[in-house]
Design a protein around this ligand. Sequence first.
Ligand code: PGA
Length: 247
Amino acid sequence: MRKPIIFGNWKMNKTNAEAKAFFEGVDAHVTDKADFGVAVPFTTLGTCVDNSTKLHVAAQNMHFEANGAYTGEISAGMLNELGVKWVVLGHSERRQYFNETDKDINKKAAVAIENGMIPIVCVGETLYEFEADKTESVVRKQVSGCLSGLNADDVKNLVIAYEPVWAIGTGKSATVEIAQNTCALVRDEVRNLFGNDVAEAVRIQYGGSVKPNNIEEYMSQADIDGALIGGASLEVDSFKEIIDAIK
Ligand code: PGA
């Protein structure tokens, strides 16, 4: 049985004061029905870790090198020092605006794992690819590119987030059927690469305009083990409603 995994993604939102207020409002409400967490800006990681007893804290990115001349970047060791155990990798906004490739994401995932962290690896097709019927080939290629060379036991423990780019922040969520079918295909690609045990263990999230009023429908699907939630993860009340929806 795969434990549900629900993470918010604050993106470039919240000061330290706002982050603290969020944790004060949400942390005590967290249940053991799922792994609940939030991916937060680098500047608020320390505050979030300090104010968390139950809610997991993830970084939204990291570099694959341990240190060096990479202005503006943060390493796994730096995240570890703060007590951060989760990291979102290859979010479509990183791919789109910062030119991250499957190869970069693959290196980052390996380094995160080496450092004892759990990566949440994001995949998903653009609107153009969706309309051209390329979802399957694009997503399979992303999964194999991002997970290439990783150890099967490590893949069992990581998380893959399927987020169709056309559904992110647009209010246009993928139908439950599309989300389920593509998550099943992600699992199938993991099966091809690492075998059935790994495919059955790996947790797959859907992301893209998930809200308190639609999360239950997604979660009822066989291959959807969780959600990565942007907009609806920013407010205390809406995050609490999401927690309440996971029974
Ligand atoms: P959204 O963002 O829920 O606001 O669509 C999802 C994401 O980008 O992770």
